[in-house]
Each structure stands twice: as structure tokens, then as C-alpha cells.
Design a protein around this ligand. Sequence first.
Ligand SMILES: *Cc1c(COP(=O)(O)O)cnc(C)c1O
Length: 407
Amino acid sequence: MGFDYKAAFDHSLSAIKAEGRYRVFANLERQRGNFPIATRYREDGSAQDVVVWCSNDYLGLGQDPDVLAAMHNALDDVGAGAGGTRNIAGTTKYHVALEKELASLHDKDSALLFTSGYISNEATLSSFSRLLPGCVILSDELNHASMIQGIRGGRGPKLIWRHNDAAHLDELLSSLPADVPKVVAFESVYSMDGDFAPIADILDVTEKHGAFTYLDEVHGVGLYGEKGGGLAQQLGLSDRIDCIEGTLGKAFGIMGGYITGDASMVDAVRSYASSFIFTTALSPVLVAGAIASVRALRDGQDLRRHHQAQAQQLKDKLRAARLPVMDSPSHIVPLWVGNAVQCKAVSDILLDRFGIYVQPINYPTVPKGTERLRFSPSPLHTDEQVEALVSALNTIWSELSLARAAA
Ligand SMILES: *Cc1c(COP(=O)(O)O)cnc(C)c1O
């Protein structure tokens, strides 16, 4: 008879279905030049126009005419793929130019490209335990799965500090011998709560203990800072951070990830990190688009201001309607539901009845009991779209008798 593989897979699936956190992907077709509208295909093949409220293409750069032109040109000039790993025929003039551009964006010596932000975190953090013998990694408890995976992959010792708690970090660092290498890993903007790390406080602590700082700016790059170099740049703190990691897939609207920092650190990761070395380089088409996008957002102050204003407008209107918007200083607008089944129900009704698409955020992305909807308003969402969203939520909150915020 042997082992019943299908039954084992099905058993795993029914477990998450019972908890209401089985993931169903919306089948979307983005409409070029019409951000944030997309066509959604239902399972029966019928179609519907929807307003997308949860895209990480925060500024619509994935639709920018200059970015698209750069990609068309690269495709016509050099073809589809890189043709190899970075070491074996896959490094093109586009990769070299983008790495220069990214180092300059963050005012650092060097940068290194990866195939995604996830891989950049996983590859870099897992290589540190080999590059820094005896290294202890201190990780904020709400760090992204890709950092956690990298830290685990390094198989070195790790300590978890309470979210955004610089005093707790100080305590943990004080418990370690002075000559042990210490890497402090955290994010600038935490995308599920939309909160900011107290970067200056953390740096005061890490500098006191001689720790190396690793900052994930995935939700900051393109959106904060005078050149779009992230929250650390906006706060004038970039030069105090040893390694800044970012993505090309969110505000820059394309795909890929990177780290920047001192030349020897970047060169060592380039030389040791397995998931950098043994994989095909990003397509030059993507890289050409990213160059155009990073350059466009260097002068993106107006767009950044408009982005923040739209986020503020949505927060204000949700609050005025006594919908339980969670406090956040950033461009991310989380709305509390607190229950996986209800969270999915709200999202389904928004989509089916109102043509509004926002994915429910459930465990394990957030802890159980803290399920929420997470809106990402962009400068391209119109005031009418904001109104329509708040009015639809208001209706659903009443129909389902969901808890309102205090007046
Ligand atoms: C999305 C995300 C990543 C991964 O970036 P990708 O380019 O999408 O792979 C890394 N860190 C954080 C905090 C993220 O939210």
C-alpha cells in the first residue's frame, strides 16, 4: 500500500480551510495606464473591473511611461533574459549600472542585486554567520519572514528583541561579550501595522555596543527621503547604517532586491551567498526598468507628498466613519477586524458587490486574532475612489455588525 501522499496534502489543506485562512488568489489583469483599475476574472470566466486597494506598487511606477519605454528598449536591444548567473555570462551593463545607481541612491560605496527582496534578506543574513565567525544576530520580533529565514539558514545563535524596543535591544546586547560580532536586523517601516522603527534610538544602542546594523527598507525606498532612499535617508541617518536592504518590486514597481553598504561587506556577500551565486541573473529588461524607476523617483518629491496626503485623507475619512483604523504614521492604512472568517467575509463582499479589491491579512502574516484589511492608497487613487471605499466599508460594517471605533 505504502504512504498516502494525497491524503497527507489534503489533510494539511483542510486544516487551514477550517481556520478560514486558506488563500484564494484574485485573478487580475492590470490595465496599463489605468492604475489602480484592474480586470478581475472570476472562476466561471466572467470579468469585472475592480479598484485595487492593496498593491505594493505604491506610486504606480509599474505603469510609468518612461519605465515601460526603458524596458521596451532593453528588450529590443539585448533580448529577453540575462543568459546566465552573474558569474557565468549573466552580468550585463544594465546590472552594473543599476548597482551604481543604487549605491548612489543610499550614499553608499557599493550595491548588490538579487532576484528579489526576499532573496536579498535570506542570502545576506545567512552568509553573515560564515563571514563573521561566532556572530550573534539580534532580530526584531516582527521582522519579515525573509529575514527570519536568512537568520535560521545561517544556523548561528540568535536573540529576538521586543518589537521596536531599543531598551530591550540594549539589554540583550549588554549580555554579550564585547569581542563577539553582533548583527542587529530590523525594518524601517513595518508593513502590517504601518509603524516606523525608532531608528535613531536603535543606532544609539548599536553604536554603544559596536554592533553591525542591517536595515530592511523595503517599504521605505522610493517613498521616503529626498532622493527616495528610504526612511533612514529622510531622518538623515543612512550613514550610520551598515547595510541597507531594499526591493525593486514595491515602490519601484518592478522586481528584484538589493543590499548597499561598504565595499568589502558587499564584495564578501557577493562571494559567499549561495542564493546570489547559484541563480540566473535578473533579466536586463527588468533591470533597465528599475534604473528608469529609481531615477524617476530621485525627483519624486511631489509624488511622495501626494502619496502621504492620500494616505492621510483615507485615515481621516475612516476615522470620521468610526471604522477601526489602526494608528499608523506611514502610508499604510490597516483596518482592524480581529477574526479570520470575518476578515475574509468583508474582503469577499467588497470585491463581489463593490468592485473593491483588498486582500484579507490573516495568520501567519499577522498573529491570530489580529486579522485586518490593509489598504495602500496611492497618488493615483482619486478622491471619489476614497469616498466609495469608505462608504462600502460603512455599509458592510453595519450589515455584519462589526465593532466600530469609539467616537
Ligand atoms: C515584501 C517584503 C520583502 C520581500 O521583497 P520582495 O522583493 O517582494 O521579495 C522583504 N522584506 C519586507 C519587510 C517585505 O515586506
